[in-house]
Design a protein around this ligand. Structure first.
Ligand SMILES: Cc1cc2nc3c(=O)[nH]c(=O)nc-3n(C[C@H](O)[C@H](O)[C@H](O)COP(=O)(O)OP(=O)(O)OC[C@H]3O[C@@H](n4cnc5c(N)ncnc54)[C@H](O)[C@@H]3O)c2cc1C
Length: 476
């Protein structure tokens, strides 16, 4: 085996996961069907938890200069309310950044860490036994590794080969999208778009930079195969029907189509094969959560799978990927369905929308929804106790600077204000930082490599009961 883990799919989830695995010393091969990275711009932004995750790995400085910061407002079903004050994050904004840029930066990081990425490799078959997984590529090549992760998108071949069910709702609506040039003057485009959007929410034509316009227009029906790209003629015809003009669209850089199917994989693990990102869950883009969810799957899975490969994983650690992430995915799907209802122009949903908008004037409601969409409210079930347990910590000040700066290597971390605790026996996996500033509201906290709190307290014996749960047996 030339690699420990094969990641199928070099989209955002796959390259983020590859970087996380490599950080722990695992040999990773990413294979992707496409010979080149796609130019199609799907996601347009990153929410607070993804920004935090990039910061935890020392990557944020690469992203900030290439993005635009927007207030965390108006994301839940497009309901226009101001962002709540003092969100519990050092990054209370949305970072507008096109998906191809996110993918490029994550790919560069993964390659710098030593990940091998092979393009033009179409996975068509797979089998597994007690010691590993064998993958068949379309050109007849076979690859083998100890584990495999399907990060191969919503139509995941890996998921289908495993026979894992993908229950949910099929697409009922479809949209055409693309980046094009227009001949209509900008003021005419704005005036027509404003008028059409009074009655059509899933419509937009707006500047996307470098003289291009991003177009989103409802399709006539739902195609059998969304992999078949729309033609410029089809886009023009739909613009004529919906807006009464085609704005003189021409010279497309790319054209694509997407639907509103909402589905989640029945399970995320089948033996040595796991699923992450869109391969595990799909939903309409309202709220802008899909890519973010995939990045956070990757950060939850990476250290656990690496622990299994390296050999220190405690019983059940790898399975906790599904136990923790499946409910988070289900919740995003739920929020996405609710938003789809609130965007309907029917009188009933419109009345509910008005009511939800009124409720969002209560700070707690607004905050709850923002924490949900931005994923800073996610809490894993790591047991009863202090309210911080299972949650991620925001980037607090510590004696030596900032917390997130101590997390770049993806190790566990004991933040200790008592100076009396010890991680002896686990110091090859867990760092120990004494002298933490007042911003930490507990005597000590044990953080997992993904930044979530596994333990809080001040008692060494209690800590010794928690360390093996997350970090395996002590070294002799
Ligand atoms: C119009 C639109 C707007 C969106 N806006 C947002 C947004 O604002 N915010 C947000 O968070 N999300 C958004 N999303 C969702 C986001 O684009 C996806 O959630 C994200 O791309 C998922 O990443 P992924 O890596 O899991 O899968 P993908 O990005 O789909 O990557 C899968 C990769 O696997 C490869 N692959 C597939 N099959 C094989 C095979 N058999 N063998 C080898 N390789 C294979 C593909 O070539 C591809 O590179 C939007 C989606 C759409 C359609």
């Amino acid at each position: 085996m030339s690699s420990d883990v094969i990641v199928v799919g070099g989209g955002p989830t796959g390259v983020m996961l590859a970087g996380e695995l490599r950080l722990q010393g695992v040999r990773v091969l990413v294979v992707d069907r496409d010979p080149e990275p796609t130019r199609v711009v799907r996601a347009l932004g990153l929410h607070a938890r993804s920004i935090e995750v990039l910061d935890q790995r020392g990557l944020l400085d690469r992203f900030l200069p290439l993005g635009t910061r927007y207030p965390v407002a108006g994301f839940f079903a497009g309901i226009d309310k101001p962002a709540p004050d003092r969100l519990d994050t050092a990054h209370p904004y949305v970072l507008g950044i096109p998906q191809p840029t996110t993918e490029r930066l994550l790919t560069e990081h993964a390659i710098e860490l030593g990940v091998e990425i092979r393009r033009g490799c179409d996975v068509v078959g797979l089998s597994q036994d007690d010691s590993g997984v064998t993958v068949d590529l379309a050109d007849g090549t076979q690859l083998r590794s100890r584990y495999l992760v399907g990060c191969d998108g919503g139509r995941s071949t890996v998921r289908k080969l495993l026979g894992v069910g993908f229950p949910g709702e099929p697409a009922r609506r479809e949209w055409l999208s693309g980046e094009v040039e227009v001949t209509a003057p900008p003021e005419e485009v704005t005036a027509v778009v404003t008028e059409v959007r009074r009655t059509q929410r899933g419509f937009g034509v707006g500047p996307s930079g470098e003289g291009l316009y991003r177009v989103v227009v409802p399709a006539e029906g739902v195609t059998e195969d969304r992999a078949i790209l729309p033609t410029l003629e089809e886009v023009k015809q739909r613009l004529q029907v919906v807006a009464g003009t085609d704005f003189g669209v021409h010279s497309p850089r790319w054209l694509s189509r997407f639907g509103d199917a909402t589905r989640q994989a029945e399970r995320y693990r089948t033996g040595r094969v796991l699923l992450a990102g869109d391969a595990a869950h799909i939903h309409p883009p309202t709220g802008g959560q899909g890519l973010n969810l995939g990045l956070q799957d990757a950060v939850n899975l990476g250290w656990k799978l690496a622990a299994e490969v390296v050999g220190w994983a405690p019983e059940g650690l790898l399975d906790s990927y599904e136990t923790e992430r499946h409910p988070v995915g289900a919740d995003v799907l739920n929020t996405s369905r609710a938003q789809a209802e609130l965007l309907s122009t029917e009188p009933g949903p419109q009345a509910v929308r008005r009511l939800v908008a009124e409720l969002m004037d209560f700070d707690e409601v607004n905050r709850y929804l923002v924490e949900k969409i931005s994923a800073i409210g996610v809490r894993y079930d790591v047991g009863e106790g202090h309210r911080l347990l299972g949650r991620r910590l925001r980037d607090v000040a510590v004696g030596r600077g900032r917390l997130y700066a101590l997390m770049h290597r993806g190790r566990g971390l004991l933040l200790d204000r008592t100076g009396r605790l010890s991680v002896a026996g686990w110091d090859d996996r867990v760092d120990h930082v004494i002298d933490v500033s007042e911003e930490l509201e507990v005597p000590a906290a044990l953080l997992r490599p993904d930044g979530h709190v596994a333990w809080v307290g001040d008692d060494q014996q209690d800590l010794l009961r928690s360390l093996p749960t997350w970090f395996g047996a002590a070294a002799r």
